[in-house]
Design a protein around this ligand. Structure first.
Ligand code: PHE
Length: 497
């Protein structure tokens, strides 16, 4: 086998000390290479040629994780609670006193759990123990363990196994990094190799137009090209998966003959709710659910609409309805809020174009006071739409939504009866995914109490779906928060839509 230049250089270096075991650092130093890829590559070829032997040793290095660094500075949680216990009277050792002396709930709970595992128990609300020495010893050895790692990441075999196992069960206290250490040495055949054969040769690594114009290539030696060599995958830019999904939804609706509409985040309660015949006492209107604004605290609404909503809400006006039968508050209707659904956009679109049949959609951000968890965010997006025309009807609504989801790749859609204050009938839309029916949104035909004050007598098919819900399906996520975390590597690996 003909040796390449890298192999020649590495052999030459190794022959200077033919019985030595070379570490990576030694070889980088002696060859003058800065990239270890050369050593790995040349070493492998030399190994395949029977000239070099490679030995590998796996090691695990243990260092502190983020919580470990914190514990080393502030003190280990169980140690802090333990010393708090020693500093107060026996009968004062209660959970309440623990909170009062500054331990927060998220610390006190797990901290007491750790001490319970060491033998502390709670009798009539008071912490008690009868093995002071053994608890203190165990805690001290944990402290020592952590502070040793703070100074230096340490090879696993040098540390106490029991303590490693213990800290492994605690979140982010330690981190374990596995790595492989390699050494290279000459085989018997390698050490007999003739150094004079190792002068580096001139090879052509790249064919250029200039080269091909002359004749020199005819005599030249070409560097072999390994098409199987591993290479890094280039990370090009890509749209954020949510942007890509919005783009796809947009083109599906455009393809189905819909036009796009938009609206402002800041709206009056009137357009967001009263226009939709949501009673002013509805629980979703309270501050627990809706973000009301202090600046501006008021968004003016045309008197004409305030009058109409007053009549409709109080006694139904001439819509055929009896209304809610309670006094309507026009100040309430002019409170400023962050829109809680995009239905406000479609309703305003009808109010502005009452005599024009339309099919419109919008994709927009909405705001609700939600506690963040796996399936909830206080800011999310809805996919909203209406069909407003003389013959609009329920089957038309259902087949439109089915067509939309089928085009998005979810052909199994079903609807179930539902309730919204502004539609009758009302239906909930569900799609079948991985053996389950998932609820994706609400829809229905707007009630006359909604449409008549807007100035139309035609029926309106309306719907509002959760975009993030759909995104979780499309991207195969089970935690909604993953959509908005700036983890570039994860985002890079999400499917291209
Ligand atoms: N606005 C409703 C929601 O936020 C969805 C909906 C829109 C229901 C239109 C019926 C008609 O969940």
């Amino acid at each position: 086998m003909e040796l390449g230049n890298n192999e020649r250089r590495m052999m030459k270096v190794m022959l200077n000390d033919s019985s030595r075991k070379w570490s990576l650092e030694d070889l980088l130093d002696a060859t003058g290479w800065s990239d270890q890829v050369h050593i790995a590559g040349a070493g492998k070829s030399l190994y395949e040629a029977g000239l070099v032997e490679i030995s590998e040793k796996n090691i695990s290095k243990i260092s502190l994780g983020a919580a470990g660094i914190d514990a080393n500075q502030k003190g280990l949680l169980e140690a802090r609670i333990w010393s708090w216990m020693q500093d107060i009277e026996e009968e004062e050792r209660t959970m309440q006193n623990l909170f009062d002396s500054g331990f927060e709930r998220h610390e006190a709970g797990p901290g007491v759990g750790l001490l319970k595992n060491l033998g502390v128990s709670i009798v009539k609300g008071v912490f008690v123990f009868d093995n002071y020495d053994s608890i203190t010893n165990e805690i001290n050895s944990r402290i020592k363990f952590i502070s040793r790692l703070a100074d230096n990441p340490t090879e696993k075999s040098l540390l106490d196994e029991g303590l490693i196992d213990h800290f492994k069960t605690r979140k982010n206290l330690i981190s374990i990094e596995e790595s492989t250490i390699r050494t290279w040495s000459l085989t018997r055949e390698g050490s007999k190799f003739d150094v004079d054969m190792l002068s580096e040769i001139e090879q052509i690594g790249q064919i250029t137009p200039e080269l091909l114009q002359g004749d020199s290539w005819k005599e030249a030696e070409f560097k072999p090209f390994d098409v199987n060599a591993p290479t890094p995958t280039p990370a090009g830019g890509r749209p954020h998966p949510m942007q890509a999904l919005i783009g796809r939804i947009r083109s599906v609706f455009l393809e189905m003959g819909f036009s796009e509409i938009e609206g402002d985040y800041v709206q009056s309660a009137g357009w967001n709710m009263d226009a939709l015949y949501i009673p002013q006492s509805h629980p979703a209107r309270t501050m627990q659910d809706t973000f009301y604004l202090s600046e501006p605290s008021k968004v003016e609404v045309e008197q004409k609409y305030l009058n109409m909503w007053t009549r409709v809400h109080e006694y139904g006006d001439d819509t055929g309805s009896k209304g809610w039968g309670v006094k309507f508050d026009t100040n309430e209707a002019q409170k400023a809020l962050l829109r809680t659904h995009t239905t406000v956009n479609t309703v305003r679109h009808i109010a502005n174009n009452p005599n024009e049949p339309c099919r419109v959609f919008g994709i927009g951000r909405v705001f609700r006071q939600e506690t963040i968890d796996r399936t909830h965010l206080p800011e999310f997006h809805q996919i909203e739409g209406i069909i407003h025309e003389p013959d609009a009807n329920l089957p038309m609504l259902i087949s439109t939504l089915k067509t939309f989801y089928a085009k998005m790749g979810y052909p199994d859609v079903r609807v179930r009866p539902a309730y919204f204050p502004y539609t009758e009938p009302s239906v909930e839309v569900e799609v079948y995914w991985r053996g389950e029916w998932l609820e994706l949104g609400g829809s229905g035909i707007f009630r006359p109490e909604v449409t008549e004050p807007l100035g139309t007598e035609w029926p309106v098919c309306a719907w509002g779906m959760g975009l993030e819900r759909l995104a979780m399906l499309v991207l195969g996520l089970d935690d909604i928060r993953e959509l908005y975390q700036p983890d570039l590597e994860r985002l890079q690996d999400m499917p291209i839509l």
